[in-house]
Design a protein around this ligand. Structure first.
Ligand code: APR
Length: 233
């Protein structure tokens, strides 16, 4: 079993911004204002604007060679590979990957804050939008904000406990629980590999930490894995 965790660095070369890097989204936007339930309660229009803009950017972006390589790996390994992403974009799916676990939700979805219904996000989400199921004026982006519970943590931790190999790609290792997955993998006796532009905050926990652009390191990693077929890193 292989578990791959991806972060914003995977989509950086598709033109989607990362978060904690210098010049990243959190240096230009106050995350307390645009990525918390409290910020949404204070100013829903501002939060919708932030996600409408990101959704727009995402729709115009295309999957890159790293997304395509991971999709190819998923197609080859099926249930032996669990793909977990912190990204709210749909670039892995558009590259052909199926069953991607979006632990921080999806930019392309709308969620009713009252009845938990979900539906595809409209082009522009507005505070006045009504839930198609219960009619409440409680529409929000279907993303996980700071202070909320990430999705699917039970199947993910279960998969890591059975993993032979855990790979983190394009993530800074600063946001939990994802930043702690490498420790769970080590406890499970898995090998651990990091592919990132630069060593992450948790790089010392990885058996190997390779620096480079995702569009170069990920296709090379996938090629090597599919050629050796024994999960050796
Ligand atoms: N290839 C590989 N790695 C890259 C590339 C690239 N082309 N560009 C940037 N990176 C690396 C950066 O060096 C950085 O370590 O990707 C990482 C991105 O880190 P963050 O911006 O912190 O993104 P991520 O780790 O996904 O953040 C996790 O935190 O802010 C929240 O909800 C947000 O899902 C996000 C979560």
């Amino acid at each position: 079993m292989i578990v791959i965790l991806t972060g914003a660095g995977l989509s950086a070369e598709s033109g989607l911004g990362t978060f904690s890097d210098s010049g990243g989204l959190w240096s230009r936007f106050d995350l307390n204002e645009v990525a918390t339930p409290q910020g949404f309660a204070r100013d829903p229009a501002q939060v919708h604007d932030f996600y409408n803009l990101r959704r727009d950017t995402c729709r115009k972006a295309s999957p890159n060679a790293a997304h395509r390589a991971l999709a190819r790996l998923k197609q080859a390994l099926g249930d032996d590979l669990i793909l977990v992403t912190q990204n709210v974009d749909d670039l892995l799916e558009r590259a052909g990957a199926q069953q991607v676990i979006h632990m921080h939700g999806s930019l392309m979805g709308a969620l009713c804050n009252k009845c938990d219904s979900r539906w595809p996000a409209p082009h522009r989400m507005r505070p006045d939008d009504l839930c198609p199921d219960c009619g409440a004026r409680a529409t929000r982006p279907d993303v996980v904000w700071f202070g909320e519970m990430p999705r699917a943590m039970e199947p993910v931790t279960h998969a890591i406990a059975r993993a032979d190999l855990f790979v983190a790609i394009g993530t800074s290792g600063t946001v939990y629980p994802a930043a702690g997955f490498v420790d769970l993998a080590l406890e499970a006796g898995a090998k651990t590999l990091e592919l990132n532009l630069e060593p992450s905050q948790t790089h010392d926990r990885f058996y190997r930490s390779l620096s480079g652009l995702a569009t170069q390191t990920v296709p090379a990693f996938v090629e090597g894995l599919l050629t050796s077929r024994d999960h050796r890193i």
